[in-house]
Design a protein around this ligand. Structure first.
Ligand SMILES: Cc1cc2nc3c(=O)[nH]c(=O)nc-3n(C[C@H](O)[C@H](O)[C@H](O)COP(=O)(O)OP(=O)(O)OC[C@H]3O[C@@H](n4cnc5c(N)ncnc54)[C@H](O)[C@@H]3O)c2cc1C
Length: 363
């Protein structure tokens, strides 16, 4: 947000109560995918094909936009162009995956359906089927965030190490009260506070869960899969995995909606790591399935897998950039572009699809 707004000539002040990037960004496995947690077939069931397909195409454009930005800035964040491999698993079988593929084709989205034998031959995964899709990426999320902040600061942004404790909306702006007693007066405020949403941003769509991840030691080449594709499963209880530039495997999953307290998350770390390693062993028997690093983080989810982006209801000078779930980073790019346009007075109908106060599709 800050990087884009400074580029557009806005005077920007960043407020962060922690070391920047050490919220959920540092915990991220940073699979920069355009495929949304909610499959196109499911999103079509919720909103109809045209609306769902448009959202998917916007997501594809967001990853492409992020790539262009990285090409311009050269942030040195090990950003790598990747394809993603969406594996049949859990409740999704080969014919359902084929139906998802046909729907994606109809929406103009790129990808190829792989049947069992082709998947086995090309990637040596023992699953019923998969969809391989170009257009995604991976990166070091902390270096990427720091590079973007550094660019914003170079373009004149300022940064305060402080907690925002109050927002006083007046006529045409907002006064933000900081914990040290200072106040900042702004014409617009953008809330990009990760999973810590202020009380006045209310939505029924969102819930916070926890996610766990591990990184293995560097692997031998035969243990890694072709082209370091990003792997994720078509299952509610899904597994996601990627390789790193130093040949480790990062695997995440085991999401749990009932665990939100950091201490409870930490206590479950050994058991969750073991469960994730078990899944890695099943997926890739040749891999050294031991964990050199284990971590966890708050993981927000919305009912429809879409972010919460746009004007805060009842507060016209306040905007929110909450990009949740497995696409948090892709959605943060989308948020920066949409909110900048909104600030400039621009409007498009599809912005409503991301609105914080959009009705729950299942209500
Ligand atoms: C385990 C895990 C795996 C993930 N995997 C992926 C993935 O593969 N791909 C993907 O795209 N996304 C993934 N995500 C999601 C993604 O990481 C997040 O959506 C994204 O990093 C959020 O960035 P952010 O800047 O909005 O929030 P954060 O990084 O959480 O930053 C918010 C900042 O706001 C500050 N803050 C909060 N309240 C205040 C206040 N009152 N005053 C001042 N400062 C405040 C915090 O200090 C923090 O630094 C994953 C998340 C987790 C936890």
């Amino acid at each position: 947000m800050a990087q884009h707004l400074t580029t557009l000539g806005h005077k920007v002040t960043i407020i962060d109560r922690e070391r920047a990037g050490f919220g959920s960004t540092a915990a991220s496995t940073a699979m920069l995918q355009w495929e949304i947690d909610c499959p196109l077939s499911e999103l079509t069931g919720l909103y109809g094909f045209d609306r769902a397909a448009n959202i998917y195409r916007r997501s594809l454009q967001a990853v492409a936009g992020l790539k262009t930005l990285v090409d311009e800035l050269h942030p040195g964040c090990t950003f790598r162009h990747r394809s993603s491999l969406y594996l049949a698993g859990g409740e999704t079988n080969a014919s359902q995956l084929l139906a998802e593929h046909h729907l994606r084709e109809r929406a103009g989205l790129p990808g190829t359906y792989l049947d069992y034998l082709t998947l086995k031959r090309e990637f040596d995964f023992d699953r019923e089927a998969a969809i391989i899709s170009p257009g995604s990426a991976d990166a070091d999320p902390l270096l990427l965030a720091h590079a973007l902040i550094a660019d914003a600061l170079r373009h004149g942004a300022s940064m305060y190490d402080a907690e925002a404790i109050g927002y006083n909306n007046f006529g045409h702006g907002v006064v933000v009260a900081l914990d040290g007693g200072h106040e900042i007066q702004a014409s617009r405020v953008i809330l990009a506070t990760g999973y810590v949403m202020p009380d006045f941003v209310r939505t029924e769509l969102h819930r916070t869960a926890s996610s766990w991840a591990i990184a293995t030691p560097p692997q031998t080449p035969d243990a890694l899969w072709r082209d370091g594709v990003l792997i994720w499963e078509a299952s509610n209880d899904y597994l996601y995995a990627r390789t790193t530039s130093d040949n480790r495997i990062i695997v995440g999953g085991e999401d749990d909606e009932d665990i939100t307290e950091p201490s409870a998350r930490d206590a479950l770390m050994p058991a969750k790591a073991e469960a994730i390693l078990g899944k890695l062993r099943a997926l890739r028997p040749a891999a050294n399935a031991t964990a050199e690093f284990v971590w966890s983080g708050a993981f927000g989810e919305t009912e429809d897998g879409l972010p919460l982006i746009g004007q805060v209801p009842r507060y016209p000078a306040m905007f929110a950039a909450y990009g949740y779930g497995g696409n948090g980073i892709t959605f943060s790019f989308l948020a920066s572009r949409v909110i900048a346009k909104m600030i400039a007075g621009h409007r498009e109908d599809w912005y409503d699809d991301l609105a914080i106060d959009r009705p729950s599709p299942t209500a």
